[in-house]
Design a protein around this ligand. Structure first.
Ligand code: BGC
Ligand code: BGC
Length: 635
């Protein structure tokens, strides 16, 4: 059983904490405890040096190369090129896409690394950004923007521990998470990957997610390596353009965008992914000053830097030059996802890197530093001593216990924006409740991008979980008539109408928008609900605030549910008053499209301010602790 394992860890922590308390008092104990929590990777330098001394240049370059599972048609390529890492990109999965299928495939990849001369273990990475989201049957959590609304670091850590267990259960040791972007403009399609607009909030929740994934000690038996991304200012690009250019002075860069990395390094993050974006016109993948002097030097980051997906290719039209430039800037591992036969693939990367070293364009000391950083983490994680995966963890992927944690996240993430005449909570004993809108019964829309496929997709894309409609049917009294229409018909005569509207799934690039008004179809659906004369409850499934216009006046109650993931039951928990809403906006809610510009966001009054969120004043909160709000960052 997995639950006892979770408890076991808690018990060990509690036990240690108690002994500690007995000896040391108060703050002294906390200092000692947190010091123990961030064991520096450089502790493993003696082992690293001994191994490095035995390695050939080819073996070193292999460690610095990360290929994609779909590009590597033949898994033996891991042995042939001494690959240090393999990833499965968004939507990439083994033919048998379930936990067992993943484990089998990952184990095969890993076994090829163990056939090499030095048997250096492979580090397998995946975008587990809201649950183990490429795996069918895994639990999908709310995207980060929803977690930002919870304001609850303990819950974020608990959720990440579940993700850690699901990832580890498939034989994977590395999650490209958390995204610690401070998203400043909701036109950016990746806004939902950010915990919010506040540096403080992002820093706190990012660190919590790192602790959850890495298990306080990277050397914990089930720990999964975290990867803070995308360094730096990915959320600060002009007009919210993906992979764009952040224009700001250094003081702003540090205060707003660098601070979450200070927190991440302090929390012991073992890897950091560099951003596609630029700062004042310079691509981050070539920015030696920020990657090497600031991050590794000033911030003391001892882990390794990985590139983003084929990102070094964007530095110039000359790939060989890009390879040398990015490694010299401080990249330690490069994600080279292209398949042989296409340009800039891993075979070419390896060749170019080797030649550049031979030509003296990359000093050997830089190669040794990069490889040492990767090996430090492999030693610290105990990968050399972790031959196989605990079958109990594999069996627990998608378990009821895990779903329960995601459901808790969902209900804490909902933000109640309007509640006229106590339209909410709904009674469980209504005679007739009419539900409208495709999003009410669509698990794919609930989950959004980075779910089974890269951009996500509407429809029954993943097994397990509950749509909002199914959750409502489970929650109301047995004799309540619940009718449903995706397009809004048959609402007349209902005691209340629940309209679920939302955005179609999207991810990076495809999700960038300049116009954030509700779609005409969504607006018409709400107008139609209003015509029934019954109280209208609107629930929004969206990765960011949308411009509401008349939809606000036409709704008696309005709930922002973000992208809640598979556990729609958490939405019903709040709608029917089993839990009162506690979510607070992690970003201000613009009144109109004009307010999307950075200057307007700073100077004009939004529709709802940062931190806004109503509750049902008639119900006591079931949350044990009231959290003080973390304020937005002003520039
Ligand atoms: C994204 C990263 C992601 C990587 C691997 C990139 O396009 O920017 O966030 O980790 O792909 O899938
Ligand atoms: C991959 C993603 C990656 C993206 C980058 C997609 O084909 O599946 O993982 O982030 O390409 O462009």
């Amino acid at each position: 059983m997995f639950v006892p394992r979770l408890c076991q860890r808690a018990v060990t922590h509690t036990g240690r904490a108690c002994i500690c308390l007995g000896i040391w008092l108060g703050a002294g104990c906390i200092a000692l405890w947190s010091a123990a929590a961030v064991e520096p990777p450089s502790n493993y330098d003696p082992q690293v040096a001994a191994l490095l001394a035995q390695m050939t240049l080819d073996e070193k370059i292999g460690q610095m190369t990360q290929a994609d599972s779909e590009a590597l048609k033949d898994k033996s390529g891991v042995q042939k090129y001494f690959l240090g890492s393999v990833l499965s990109g968004g939507g990439h999965a083994p033919a048998e896409n379930d936990a067992k299928g993943w484990l089998k495939s990952c184990d095969e990849f890993r076994s090829w690394a163990l056939k090499t001369r030095l048997k250096i273990p492979l580090l397998y990475g995946v975008d587990a950004v809201h649950g183990h989201n490429n795996v069918d049957g895994a639990v999908i959590f709310p995207h980060n923007i929803g977690l930002g609304a919870t304001r609850d670091p303990a819950l974020v850590e608990k959720a990440a521990r579940v993700v850690e267990a699901e990832v580890a259960g498939t034989g994977i040791q590395w999650a490209f998470a958390p995204c610690v972007a401070v998203a400043r403009n909701e036109c950016w399609g990746r806004t939902y990957e950010s915990f919010g607009e506040s540096t403080e909030l992002v820093s706190e929740l990012g660190a919590a997610e790192i602790r959850g994934l890495q298990g306080r000690q990277l050397s914990d038996p089930t720990s999964v390596l975290a990867c803070a991304k995308h360094f730096v200012a990915d959320g600060g690009t002009a007009d919210g353009v993906d992979q764009g250019n952040a224009l700001c002075d250094e003081a702003t860069l540090r205060k707003v965008f660098l601070a979450p990395y200070v927190a991440a390094v302090k929390a012991g993050v073992g890897s950091i992914m560099v951003s596609y974006s630029s700062w004042n016109g310079q691509k981050m993948h070539g920015n030696k000053e920020l990657l090497t002097r600031v991050l590794k030097g000033e911030l003391g980051f001892e882990g390794f830097l990985v590139s983003d997906w084929a990102a070094i290719d964007q530095l110039s039209p000359n790939y060989k030059w890009d390879v040398a430039e990015s490694i010299n800037a401080g990249l330690d591992m490069v994600m080279v996802p292209n398949a042989p036969g296409t340009s800039n693939n891993y075979v070419e990367f390896i060749q170019d890197l080797k030649e550049s070293v031979g030509e003296g364009k990359i000093p050997m000391s830089r190669i040794d530093d990069a490889v040492s950083r990767i090996l430090r983490i492999k030693f610290q994680m105990g990968l050399f001593d972790k031959p196989y995966t605990d079958p109990e963890l594999t069996a627990a992927v998608g378990s009821a216990e895990h779903r329960e944690v995601a459901r808790e996240c969902v209900r804490e993430s909902l933000v109640l924006l309007k509640n006229s005449d106590h339209a909410l909570p709904l009674s469980k004993n209504l005679k007739h409740l009419h539900v409208m809108g495709q999003a009410a019964d669509d698990i794919g829309m609930q989950c959004g991008g980075w779910t089974i496929s890269w951009q996500g997709k509407a429809g029954p894309t993943i097994h397990g979980g509950t749509t909002i409609l199914a959750a409502i049917r489970k929650t109301v009294a047995p004799d309540v008539e619940v009718t449903y229409s995706a397009t809004g018909e048959r609402g007349h005569g209902a005691d209340a109408v629940l309209v679920v509207v939302g955005e179609m799934p999207y991810a990076e690039k495809d999700g960038d928008r300049k116009d954030l008004r509700l779609s005409a179809t969504n607006a018409a659906l709400i107008a139609r609900a209003k015509q029934t004369g019954a109280p209208v409850i609107t629930v929004m499934i969206s990765g960011r605030p949308l411009i509401l216009d008349s939809a606000l006046a036409q709704s008696d109650a309005l709930v922002e549910a973000w992208l809640p993931g598979t556990e729609g039951q958490g939405v019903a928990d709040v709608l029917f008053g089993d839990y009162k809403p506690t979510g607070k906006l992690p970003r201000r809610w613009p009144l109109n499209n004009q307010q999307l510009s950075a200057t307007a966001a700073l100077n004009e009054k939004p529709l709802f301010p940062y931190g806004f969120g109503l509750s049902y004043d008639s119900l006591p909160s079931k949350r044990s602790t009231a959290k003080a709000d973390i304020g937005p960052t002003s520039e």
